[in-house]
Design a binder for this molecule. Structure first.
Ligand code: ZN
Length: 508
């Protein structure tokens, strides 16, 4: 329960540093600090569903964690997830040349993320020996997107010139083109990282899993991006660890001291980080004991503390497990993103809400939903459909006769192609409730149309006695009348449209 409550407290985190406005020299703060409460209350006001969405993401993640633990007890090693490579897009928004960071500087940031998350950081050796056993290779990697949301080539960087001196973080200004920023790319396929000058001297902030799609991602102050020699700002935060910390939040991590006020009674939801009273800043040395964490004290080397870039160097195994669990639940679609690939993948759906049940003779709108490289041609095959084939992107098809039909879509671009087949994908029913034959020796068939659902069929004889009753689970029901005496019967068919009565006869 404590964990769920903390979601509301944690939400988003902001780090602040004293950047002088509109000057080339940057005034350093002596420590990071966090403006999360202001941001959370702003977001709550803006989006009333925010709390519930985050709660659901946390719950799904906890269930995934429990399954993993059960799997481990059963002898399976489920802790290690498949290595994931997350496509990244940097949205650089600048009003001065200094803010328009070079591709090299952005690549430097990407390298830092990869090193830190795979524990290949050069300063891994600075983790004290007593914390080394907890240090994790999270098996999470990052690549610069090579395809944009339309499937066209991209450098993985968007650049937008703005007249704004800085962007307000309380309303996510940098994430909306209508406010001088850049709209998010599909968060199911990309990690959006906005790079700009953030208002109120904030260093960076991130959205936790379960946040609204339009604002999902990480924002970092341009002065924190990458490391020297690419990062030319003299600061304690010029080695790209702000992004490491914020991506940690984006994958569901909280601050190592538990986010709340200075107290020992809150938690970061991770078992192998020491309980910690409050944040550490600057570059501490030796053991800083707080709460009950003697003899080694706070793990102030953790990326989720507030220490200087040069003094943080690890995520723990518990933090890695938590991030992986979010990647297997609410951020799961990133596993199948093709945004860093040179391939394409065919897929499609229909505009029929809920399922693919339709009436004979009715138009069905198909929609291609391919991923990866933008297709240059489409070839559809509609078994039982009119037309039987189509080269349109989103064709309309009619099915004259009831039945279940396969659909197949092949997409191509140059030498590349991909085919998706969905067996029995379209289920075409009769137009009206149909009962046949009127006169039968063995079976009477009842077919129901897509627009209604038959719940029960009852058969009465000519004096009103029930001779047969059936629950209906399929669109087509066959009533066995072989054991009934010859004569007149009445079928009472109860559906979402009410009850109708059909007269039938059994003959021998
Ligand atoms: Zn933070």
């Amino acid at each position: 329960m404590r964990l769920i409550l903390l979601v509301f407290l944690a939400g988003f985190c902001l780090h602040s540093i004293g950047f002088a406005q509109k000057t080339s020299s940057i005034e350093l703060a002596t420590k990071r600090n966090c403006g999360l409460e202001a941001y959370i209350s702003a977001l709550k006001q803006r989006n009333p569903e925010f709390e519930q969405m985050q709660q659901q993401a946390e719950q799904a993640m906890q269930e995934a964690l429990m399954k993993r633990q059960e799997g481990q007890q059963g002898g399976q090693n489920l802790r290690k997830a498949t290595t994931i490579t997350i496509p990244v897009v940097f949205h650089v928004i600048y009003s001065t040349d200094a803010e328009n960071l070079s591709d090299e500087q952005l690549l430097s940031q990407l390298s830092i993320l990869n090193a830190d998350f795979r524990r290949k950081n050069a300063d891994a050796a600075n983790t004290p020996s007593y914390f080394q056993p907890f240090a994790a290779d999270t098996e999470i990697e990052f690549c610069l997107a090579s395809l944009d949301p339309n499937g066209d080539p991209t450098s993985g960087v968007t650049r937008t010139k703005t007249n704004k001196v800085s962007f307000n973080y309380l309303n996510d200004e940098m994430k909306f083109s209508s406010q001088g920023g850049v709209d998010a790319w599909d968060r199911n396929q990309y990690l959006n990282i906005w790079v700009c000058r953030i208002s109120d001297n904030v260093l960076g902030y991130a959205s936790l899993p379960g946040s609204p799609a339009s604002t999902d991602g990480v924002v970092v102050h341009y002065a924190t991006v990458g490391a020297p020699p690419f990062n030319k700002v003299s600061s304690n935060y010029n080695r790209g660890r702000t992004a490491t910390h914020e991506v940690g939040h984006w994958l569901g991590l909280w601050h190592i001291w538990g986010n709340g006020n200075s107290t020992c009674s809150d938690s970061d939801g991770v078992d192998d980080t020491p309980n910690q009273y409050e944040e550490n800043t600057g570059c501490p040395s030796g053991n800083k004991v707080s709460c009950d964490n003697a003899p080694y004290g706070d793990m102030y080397q953790n990326y989720m503390d507030y220490t200087d870039d040069a003094c943080m160097n690890l995520f723990t195994n518990g933090q890695a497990t938590r991030m992986q669990a979010f990647l297997s639940t609410s951020r799961n679609s990133l596993y199948s993103s093709l945004a860093c690939s040179a391939t394409l993948r065919s897929d499609f759906r229909t505009e029929i809400v809920g399922d693919t049940l339709t009436l004979a003779g009715k138009k069905v709108q198909f929609v291609s939903a391919s991923a990866g490289i933008r297709p240059t041609s489409y070839f559809w095959e509609f078994e039982g459909g009119t037309p039987a084939t189509s080269t349109e992107k989103d064709p309309i098809v009619t099915y004259p006769n009831p039945g279940r039909y396969n659909v197949q879509l092949t997409i191509t671009n140059g030498d590349l192609n991909s085919t998706k087949v969905k067996d029995n994908y379209v289920h075409v029913t009769v137009n009206d409730l149909t009962v046949y034959p009127n006169s039968s020796t063995d079976f009477i068939t009842i077919e129901q149309p897509a627009r209604i659902t038959v719940r029960q069929v009852q058969m009465l004889n000519h004096v009103g006695q029930e001779v047969l009753r059936a629950e209906v689970r399929d669109r087509v029901l066959r009533v066995d009348v072989r054991n009934l005496s010859p004569g007149i019967y009445f079928l009472h068919i109860t559906s979402t449209n009410g009850t109708i009565v059909k007269k039938v006869s059994v003959v021998r």
